[in-house]
Design a protein around this ligand. Structure first.
Ligand SMILES: [Zn+2]
Ligand SMILES: [Zn+2]
Length: 503
């Protein structure tokens, strides 16, 4: 190891451990977990939640190990923390719930993959299906039921496209979609809802075997309402058959298996405090006008029926100039992390203010959290492990007969080959991993592998994992050589609270 002898070294200056999210978990996670283990029938948070919360504290921290890159021209070096690179199993967080770095990488990765290899050069429309609170709660843990509800909506959506095409004289048309199951709302609240990107029209097959795409005219607001009416009726029928309706009075298995998590879910959905000084109380908001009347947001191509909401206004002409970029931006929006680091602020009393991207109907600009309560909100956002949150249907589903030809449709001839190859590959569960540096450049215009001194290219020369070596190099650079330690659990008033709030 001769890093200390190299001519010059730089490193990512924005360290995660300097952020409010990190410091909140560092200071309060152990207290949260120990309270969790003591309260609620001594059943703490499930392991997958604990693992994700703890894992985040290692993510992107140089003192847990890093990679050394060196410029091939001037030998200038750069240290990059391991986690975003995922070169080591032990050091990566791979969080799917809230880690801005890991969720951000996944977002960029899937957007690039969909645009380059899966979504053909045809118009795309986004349908956003929101669900009533009681159903958000049902689906937050029960992933299989969530997939079933999604499948019901998609069946209605695909046949909506088919029958509208038929009325225009296009027979046997088929379309496809990719859905993002999003778990969060704008205030880091649990809000399971669906972002569906559908190919905005149908494909038909010519006698020659060639596919032709027939774009659909935009739906009318009446048609959107009709679609929502049908989908809602079928979803409720399905849930009724399984005894899962709001008023069915059946026991909720989650409150028995994981009472604390159930409570985190219910309070997060209702935007109430989970733990801390005022469990069950509505969250404190800044900028709120208490006299503001709740108004249902309805606009063109939007329908609202008893807590179900369908929005279909956004369409992208991906076959027009700039369309691909707009599509990539939309996919990133659908797959975005729930928390943006720069919107979290610590108040002087230690509470956390989450700044909303745009104010709510009542003027709310910030939502305020007690630190322990904020961790409860993070816990609610963590999806169950190994559950797919991106789902393909119709001609885009992995085993669809037309898939290979659909994904190659309308692409430049030289791009057809990799597209078809990717289509075949994507039958395997994972698509090809992209270089982190390439993704960073694509998403943020930041070139990780460009030398900061001479503009030359940097190459990976070593991954440093050994604690002693890591510490020695960091010390030499005047950086913290030891990873931050989580604060020990404290006795907290939350340990005595036992709230059984159900949304
Ligand atoms: Zn992470
Ligand atoms: Zn250089």
């Amino acid at each position: 190891m001769r890093a200390h002898a190299s001519p010059s070294v730089d490193y990512e200056r924005r360290r995660p451990e300097a952020g409010v999210l990190y410091q909140t978990l560092q200071a309060h996670l152990e207290t949260f977990l120990s309270d969790a283990a003591e309260g609620h029938d001594r059943i703490g948070v499930p392991r997958f939640v604990e693992k994700e919360l703890r894992g985040f504290l290692k993510c992107g921290v140089l003192a847990h190990g890093f990679c050394r890159f060196q410029c091939t021209d001037c030998r200038h070096e750069r240290l990059v923390a391991l986690s975003p690179l995922r070169v080591s199993r032990s050091a990566s967080c791979k969080g799917r719930g809230f880690c801005p770095s890991c969720c951000g990488k996944r977002m960029t990765d899937i957007a690039a993959h969909l645009v380059d290899h899966i979504i053909p050069a045809v118009p795309v429309r986004q349908f956003v299906l929101s669900l009533p609170h009681w159903l958000r709660y049902r689906l937050a843990y029960d992933h299989e039921r969530c997939i079933a509800v999604l499948a019901i909506f998609i069946r209605a959506l695909l046949s909506f496209y088919r029958s509208r095409a038929k009325s225009r004289g296009v027979r046997d048309g088929r379309t496809g979609s990719v859905t993002f199951i999003q778990r969060f709302g704008s205030a880091a609240n649990l809000n399971v809802h669906l972002h569906v990107l559908v190919l905005d029209g149908v494909f038909t097959q010519q006698p020659s075997g060639e596919l032709v795409f027939h774009p659909a005219p935009p739906p009318t607001t009446d048609e959107v309402t009709e679609l929502l009416t049908t989908a809602r009726k079928r979803i409720l029928r399905h849930l009724g058959k399984h005894g899962l309706l709001d008023d069915d009075g059946t026991t909720d298995p989650l409150t028995e298996q994981a009472p604390l998590l159930a409570n985190c879910y219910a309070t997060s959905i209702a935007q109430r405090e989970t733990v801390g000084a005022r469990p069950g109380a509505p969250l404190t908001r800044i900028g709120r006008d208490p006299t503001a009347q709740w108004k249902e947001r309805t606009g063109p191509l939007q329908a609202h029926i008893e807590g179900f909401d369908l929005h279909a206004k956004l369409a992208i002409a991906t076959d027009r100039p700039g369309g691909q970029l707009a599509l990539e931006k939309l996919v990133r929006y659908c797959a975005r992390p729930p928390l943006a680091k720069d919107r979290l602020h610590e108040l002087s009393d230690g509470r956390i203010a989450l700044q909303l991207k745009s104010p709510w109907f009542d003027g709310t600009t910030h939502v305020i959290y007690e630190p322990l309560d904020f961790i409860a909100k993070l816990a609610a956002l963590v999806p169950r492990p190994h559950k797919n949150l991106v789902v393909y249907h119709g001609v885009l589903s992995p085993h669809a007969r037309w898939r290979e030809r659909v994904v190659a449709y309308g692409r430049e001839p030289n791009a057809t080959e990799p597209a078809a190859a990717a289509a075949t590959q994507s039958r395997a569960p994972k698509h090809q991993r992209r270089q982190w540096s390439e993704l960073m450049r694509r998403a943020f215009g930041y070139d990780l592998l460009s030398c900061g001194k001479c503009g030359g290219r940097m190459v990976l020369i070593a991954c440093i994992l050994q604690r002693a070596v890591v510490a020695k190099i960091l010390k030499h650079l005047g950086l913290a050589s030891e990873p931050p330690r989580p604060a020990k659990a404290r006795a907290s008033p939350a340990a005595q609270t036992d709230l059984d709030y159900v949304a």
